[in-house]
Structure formats: structure tokens, C-alpha cells
Design a protein around this ligand. Sequence first.
Ligand code: 5AD
Ligand code: SF4
Length: 456
Amino acid sequence: MSKKLYIKTWGCQMNVYDSQKMADVLAPLGYAPVDAPEGADLMILNTCHIREKATEKVFSDLGRLRDHKEAKAEQGEKALIAVAGCVAQAEGPVILQRAKYVDMVFGPQTYHRLPEMILSANGGERVVNTDFPVESKFDNLPASTTQGPSAMLSVQEGCDKFCTFCVVPYTRGAEYSRPVQQILDEAKKSVEQGAKEVMLLGQNVNAFHGEGEGGSWDLARLIDALAQINGLARIRYMTSHPSDMNDALIDAHGSIAKLMPFLHLPVQSGSDRILDLMNRKHTAAQYIDIIARVKKQRPDIALSSDFIVGFPGETDEDHAATVEMVKQIGFASCYSFKYSPRPGTPGAVMGGIVPEAVKDTRLHELQAILFAQQSEFNQRSVGKMMQVLFDRKGDKDGQLLGKSPWNQSVYVTAPERLYGEMVDVTIEKAFQNGMAGTIATTETTTKTPSQKKEAA
Ligand code: 5AD
Ligand code: SF4
């Protein structure tokens, strides 16, 4: 009889990928994923520690899972509760101490060891596994069985940059790149299973330096090799660091048609003083120069970034510099956050704490501009025809959701058989967060040069 596996995933794409991998590891043991915790035999919280009150969120979620565990126990059955991800990595012992009903806590580098951990937990042991093991989890994870039309592919993990606000170097460990062949094999497998797009993932994906034929390959060379795979139509990557945008990667945006015209390149602040305090290792002018060079290669590129407001020491002038930069560049989509001190990071003990109310005002001001830019970017697509890859079913019956080359979400009334296909869509309406269109039946609309490029 199959066992029920409930995984709740918070945070970034890397966590979504990891949850999928956990499901793959557990499938041979008879675990089948379910959408709700009721009656589950194994409940996993895959947590994120990057912002806000992560630990408190874990405990409130755990309280709910405990009720399901107790309901199961009343029927004479055992259910296991596990906390995975970066909060487990950072605060494993605290979790076990405070929540006696938790059976397992394990960090992001240990998922390949899940079968033995479950065995121990079923034997009554409380398992803690927050090692950074010598063997790579990637050598020990099974091929994916759960990917859709857009496959996530982890190529790099961890980070050595030590931005002063960030926990990633502590929770995900040192930077590691997977070997090229392993990545190419996984991409081919995904394409055989129907994927048309791969999203190359890594906390610092453009720092990629995997071992390949003839030595170390950079991300541009990897993308070029992936572009040779028949049946693979689109390649994307995230998240990048400005210092690792080398010339080859910038050129790839102009020369590799399958590389989508979208770049997520976090800048965090437009003030050199704050960038220095954040240990970002570049200036605002250097960031603007990178963007100009990428745009020269791919004039229609959709730009995306991350911003933090209210980092310790941030003055009104520093914030004004961020706003100025945003106005100068013009973004298609962005994430913006209030600074939240992470225990153990240098930022958490810096002076010049910015009051919450000031952070609120600055975030509000910045988001008003960013949201307006996003709406304008989407608005410019109205009336155009573009290729949409349908990668999700919509909430309404008969509706499919897909992605434009520029990473915009597109809603279309379309038959279910088009799920997983790339289809020409005429954009009818634009919103801040997406667009609505209809399947194009005639070639009345002229394609932009980039669309012709993608179709080629
Ligand atoms: N506070 C606020 N935002 C943060 N980020 C990372 N750490 C923090 C923090 N301590 C944001 C950064 C990063 C994104 C993934 O999360 O903008 O690029
Ligand atoms: Fe965190 Fe990204 Fe900085 Fe690395 S480069 S420390 S992951 S913000």
C-alpha cells in the first residue's frame, strides 16, 4: 500500500527543486505525494531562513502538523514529522528541544540520506542531520520523475560571497558546481520526459565552474552545450551575482537563441556606500555598465532584480540613490524586501538600525515605482504575438497558464491538450502581474526580432 507524503515548501526555487528531489528519493519506498497533511504518513516542512521570523513560522506550522500526527496515532498508526531546509540547518537542536513530537531535522545537503533517516525515525530515534557531507548529494539523488514542461535543474549550490545580510553561506555551505556531464544527462532526461525548457538553478548560478571536457566550464559554455540538445527550446538561469557576469555570459545573451531574453540580477541597493557595507563587491556604476552591455547584446531583454531597503546605516540619500537607479534602468519585474537581521550574519550586529516605520515608507515608495514599471512592461506587449510555453493548468476550467520568452505569466483559454506545448498567443490584456491572451490563429501580427530568433 502506498504511503502518503506531504511536503510544504517555503522560499526559493532551490527549495522547490529540493522538495521535488525528496519526493523522487522517497518514491521507491512507496511514498506518494499528497496536497494536504490529513492522514499523511510523512510530513516534511521544507523551510527557508532568508528573511523574516522563520523560526516562529516553523513552530506555528509544526503545531498544526502535530494535530494530524495525533489523529493518526489515535487510529493506531504512526506518522513522522520532519523539518528540512535552511531553518533546520541553522536551528536543528532548538527545534528538537522545543517540539518533542518532531522526529527528524535535516539540512539541505542530506536529502539523499532520507531512506536511512526514516528507518531510524521509525525505530523510535530522533534524527538530526545537519552535516555538510563529503559526498555530494547530487551523486546520490535519483533521476527526476516529477518534472513538467519547464524543468528545474540545479547546477550549483552554496555561496562564498558572504554578503553581510545573508544566511546562505552558512545554511547552504561553500560554493559547489556539479560536473558538466551530470547536468547534460539530467537535461536530456528531462527533455525525453517532455520538458521544453530548463531553468538552471543555483544560489550563485553564474559562479558556475563545473568540471567538463578540457577542464572547468563557465555558465556560458554550459548554456551553449545545453542549447545543442534537440527538443530543448528554452534555457533560463537564476540567481546571478553582478561580479560573475563575465563577457562570455553577456555575449551568450546575443548569440544563443535558446537563451531566453530575461535576466534576474539582484543589485540590492543603488548606493555605493550601502553596497560596500553589504559586501557586494561592486558599485552602482558597475551594475549599470553590466546592464548596458547585456542590452547591447539583447536590446529587448526583460530585467529583474532584488532590493533590500533599510539596511543598517541606510540614509534618505542612499535610498534616493536606489530610487534613481531604478528609474534609470527600468525593470520588468522585481522583488523588494525590508531588511531583516539574520542571527550570525555581520549585518545583524551593525550600528545604524533603521526604524521599522522608515523601512515601511521606503519599501512603499520603491514598490510603487517597481510595480508601475512592471505594469508598463506588460502593457507594451498588448497586441503582440509571442510564443507561450504552457506549463501550468489555470485555476479556472479550460484555462492554461504559460510563460512568454520574457518570463511574463500569460493566461489563455485553451484546450488541455496544449499543456506542455509552445503556442503562438496574441496578447489582449496586461496587468501588473501577468497578461491574458488568445491562441493566435492567423499571422496578422508581426513578430518582434527576438521572437523570430526564438522561433528559429
Ligand atoms: N533581509 C532582507 N532581504 C534579504 N534577502 C536576503 N537576505 C535578506 C535579509 N536578511 C533578499 C535579497 C536576496 C533575496 C533572495 O532575498 O534581496 O537577493
Ligand atoms: Fe547571499 Fe546571494 Fe550574497 Fe551569496 S551572493 S551571500 S546567496 S545574497
